[in-house]
Ligand binder design. Structure first.
Ligand SMILES: Cc1cc2nc3c(=O)[nH]c(=O)nc-3n(C[C@H](O)[C@H](O)[C@H](O)COP(=O)(O)OP(=O)(O)OC[C@H]3O[C@@H](n4cnc5c(N)ncnc54)[C@H](O)[C@@H]3O)c2cc1C
Length: 481
């Protein structure tokens, strides 16, 4: 946006409003793209040497992988058309094929209960059906509690299915009892099923539809990170500035409580910049701890207490063209350390060299756990041993490996997370020139398209077209998949 200002001695001259954006993931890049399009001067600071954040693709020695395969879907027309325009023919659609590994058998996921009941031992299937009916009956007499993940899921699936899949898997991914996780997370990620309909289909009275979710999704042939590489190229082509390797370390408040400057470390130097607006997509706890003068002890303490699950990824280049036909496999059982396996040759053949595939094993942990601090070589060994236990590979087939990590992998919705966030969001609103958004900026279990949508909303807020509260309202939208 070009505005006229009077800057003292000089006559009026043209000046663009300047916006500093912190973080170059989907949320920050989309805000940058929208703002540059509107004519703003944009400077984006990204700590890594690559854009894309959690949605980047690692290109390594001729093969590629995402940090956990990323499906692109969107109910937002503007987000979808932006991605389609950026990617052109590089964007294809991929049919979803995923399973749960249970008791040595692969069961299709999203759960087609018909498949679950047929593939499980008869005694387990019978127990699942009885438990489901019992749960329904109990709830007809007296509605059971559903504020925790456990309560919500048991009520919809019964004890057996909860125990053998949802409970075990959730505990492995989050490292805490599902009793302490808010049901909001289940509401976002799991669609309940009507077991009566499933039973009718089992005895041939009804043809069962695939239960939850979509059957295909968008995916760029060279990995999800291509969307964000292209977005960054467009931002630069339109005149925006992106500084990679620039870690925000200090955010200084000045007159009227506005952010006066943003300090960042780049190639060993301390640099500073400032803008009329600051857009933050860096993790909320990091943002709060960078503010000078520091906010109240209460605000700092709440920000520090927001739990967060770290992720480590081991990618193995395997000398075989395909291991299974799944894109990913959930592994709930405790004796295997990783919780999911991705096979990138099935996402796109362009991700892997000819005749080979890439398996990516995903591990969840906390920062103080041995898994987080374990040497890469040791982690790779665990990975290979467990894949051998599952009968999926021979160690001799592993040609090379690469380990990656995400410190802020999953925000963990504890039972009191909403009250905590309300206090932090009020604090954010007390700083007149900040707009925080995205998965990290608002501590939200967000998908890429929603993070991008919030980038567009952030730009509308900066332009004065929407109130800042709009982002907080939008952060409550439930994901559709
Ligand atoms: C394992 C996994 C699988 C997923 N699968 C899907 C999927 O299938 N589909 C889907 O839609 N979504 C998926 N997601 C979610 C998706 O990755 C996120 O929604 C999206 O990346 C969020 O974008 P963001 O910009 O808000 O945050 P991020 O991607 O986290 O970007 C934040 C950026 O800020 C940078 N940063 C942090 N601190 C600083 C600092 N101090 N200074 C400068 N820069 C900083 C980071 O380096 C990063 O680049 C998945 C996430 C994970 C972890």
């Amino acid at each position: 946006m070009v505005v006229l200002i009077n800057d003292g001695m000089e006559k009026q001259k043209m000046r663009k409003h300047k916006v500093v954006i912190m973080g170059g993931g989907p949320a920050g890049l989309t805000a940058a793209y929208s703002l540059v399009q509107k004519g703003y001067e944009v400077i984006l600071l990204e700590q890594e040497m690559q854009v894309g954040g959690q949605s980047k693709t690692i290109h390594y020695n001729g093969y590629q992988f995402d940090l956990g395969g990323h499906r692109f879907l969107s109910a937002y027309d503007d987000v979808l058309s932006l991605v389609k325009n950026l990617l052109g023919e590089e964007l294809g659609t991929v049919p979803r094929k995923s399973s749960i590994l249970f008791d040595g058998r692969l069961i299709r996921y999203p759960l087609k209960l018909e498949d679950v009941l047929r593939k499980m031992k008869l005694s387990v299937s019978a127990r699942a059906v009885i438990d489901y009916c019992w749960e329904k009956l109990k709830n007809m007499i007296k509605e059971g509690p559903e504020e925790s993940f456990e309560g919500w899921t048991r009520k919809r699936f019964g004890k057996t299915l909860y125990d053998i899949y949802f409970g075990m898997y959730t505990e492995k991914v989050w490292g805490v009892s599902p009793k302490t996780i808010s049901a909001d997370w289940a509401r976002k990620r799991i669609t309940s099923v009507n077991l009566m309909e499933v039973m009718k289909s089992l005895i041939g009275l009804k043809k069962q539809q695939g239960v939850f979710e979509c059957s295909e999704f968008y995916y760029p042939s060279q990995g999800i990170g291509r969307i964000y590489e292209k977005l960054a190229e467009s931002v630069i082509a339109m005149g925006g500035t992106i500084h990679l390797g620039s870690k925000v370390s200090e955010i200084t408040l000045g007159q009227g409580g506005k952010i006066a400057s943003v300090g960042y470390e780049r190639s060993g130097d301390h640099c500073e910049t400032s803008g009329d607006w600051v857009v933050s997509t860096i993790p909320l706890p990091e943002f709060i701890s960078a503010i000078r003068p520091a906010p109240s002890e209460k605000i700092q303490q709440i920000a520090r207490s927001l739990p967060n699950r770290c992720l480590r990824f081991v990618a193995l280049l395997v000398d075989r063209s395909q291991i299974t036909d799944n894109l990913w496999i959930h592994v709930p059982e405790k004796h295997i350390r990783f919780f999911r396996i991705q096979e990138f040759g099935n996402w796109s053949q362009k991700m892997v060299p000819e005749g080979k595939t890439v398996l990516l094993c995903e591990f969840a942990c906390n920062k103080e756990d041995s898994l987080w601090n374990m040497e890469e070589e040791r982690l790779k060994e665990i990975c290979i041993q467990d894949l051998e236990k599952l009968g999926m590979i021979n160690r001799a087939e592993v040609l090379e490996y690469r380990v990656e990590a995400l410190e802020y992998g999953y925000p963990l919705y504890s039972l009191d997370y909403k009250e905590k966030l309300e206090i932090l969001y009020d604090y954010l609103l007390s700083i007149p020139n900040i707009v925080a958004h995205g998965r990290q900026g608002l501590y939200r279990y967000d998908t890429m398209d929603h993070a991008m949508k919030t980038g567009m909303i952030a730009s509308a807020i900066v332009a004065g077209d929407l109130p800042r509260k709009e982002l907080i309202r939008t952060s409550e939208v439930t994901d559709q998949y």
